[in-house]
Design a protein around this ligand. Structure first.
Ligand code: NAD
Length: 257
């Protein structure tokens, strides 16, 4: 029996990076997966990598748009009849590239970043959790960041959105714990994905590749699969007595602060 046999798992951000790695591993471990993302091309690519025979529902959804989120959850329930796991992984980086100080931040950037990273996670929880509560079972895993635990990583809007995700994780865990619905978060360090590709490309082009991940204690950057492993731990019954926690998965980056 695999860890996610007979379970339905929603993965947002499933079209790339950490979301793709998570969806593929969930499918390998028996889950029926809902692949959700704004990128149809990314979703198709992920679907094409699923193991033979894996059952999935692939949907283009903007997680910051409440009617779209509600329609997605309604469709999942009509199609699969249940939802057991929610992995909130969709996210965007700060759009003001050079990470200017707060005095130079633009309100529009904050609204955009918070609406996807923080409010998007809240909307998925809002519309999914009642079905988990009714069945008295469910696990929700949010994706924060080391940027949500300290300053100086990812820009002000991004860091604030991820700090918000850490707090949303705690408050939602308190709201849903009576009904045996667990809520946890992972806080990845630097991982090579679509979001960070420009950083990696720049470093490699300027002979700075050795610096990538060098600030963490393991002295290397992470793979999406290493974040997916932690997400699946929280999502599974292996974490049955853990809720409201935010786990750095960062090669020790936050250990030395
Ligand atoms: P990625 O860019 O490879 O994947 C993010 C995915 O989210 C993309 O497929 C994108 O299309 C999707 N997305 C963006 N906006 C969306 C929206 N409004 N609705 C639905 N989907 C949307 O990046 P990634 O690194 O895999 O990011 C996954 C999560 O991990 C994000 O929440 C990110 O903040 C977090 N994270 C990443 C790193 C890192 O170093 N890569 C570090 C810490 C945290």
């Amino acid at each position: 029996m695999a860890r996610f046999d007979n379970r339905v798992a929603i993965v947002t951000g499933a079209g790339s990076g950490i979301g793709r790695a998570t969806a593929l591993r969930l499918a390998r471990e028996g889950a029926r997966v809902v692949l959700a993302d704004v990128s149809d091309a990314g979703l198709l690519d992920t679907e094409n990598r699923l193991p033979e025979g894996a059952e999935c529902l692939r949907r283009v959804v903007d997680v910051s748009d409440e009617p779209q989120v509600k329609a997605l959850v309604d469709e999942i329930l009509a199609h699969f009849g249940q939802v057991d796991v929610l992995c909130n992984i969709a996210g965007i980086a700060s759009t003001q590239g050079s990470h200017p100080p707060v005095t130079e931040n633009e309100r529009a950037e904050w609204e955009q970043v918070l609406s996807v990273n923080l409010i998007g996670s809240m909307l998925l929880i809002k519309h999914t959790a009642p079905h988990m509560q009714a069945r008295k079972v469910g696990s929700i895993v949010n994706t924060a960041s080391v940027a949500g635990l300290r300053s100086g990583a990812g820009g002000n809007a991004y860091s604030a959105s991820k700090a918000g995700v850490v707090n949303l994780t705690m408050t939602a865990a308190c709201d849903l714990g009576d009904d045996n619905v667990r809520v946890n978060a992972v806080c990845p360090g630097l991982v090579e994905t679509g979001m960070t590709q420009a950083v990696f490309d720049y470093a490699r082009a300027h002979e700075k590749a050795h610096k990538l991940g060098s600030r963490c204690e393991l002295r290397r950057y992470g793979d999406p699969e290493e974040i997916a492993a932690a997400i699946l731990f929280f999502a599974s019954d292996d974490a049955s007595y853990i809720t409201g926690q935010a786990l750095p998965v960062d090669g020790g980056n936050t250990a030395s602060l």
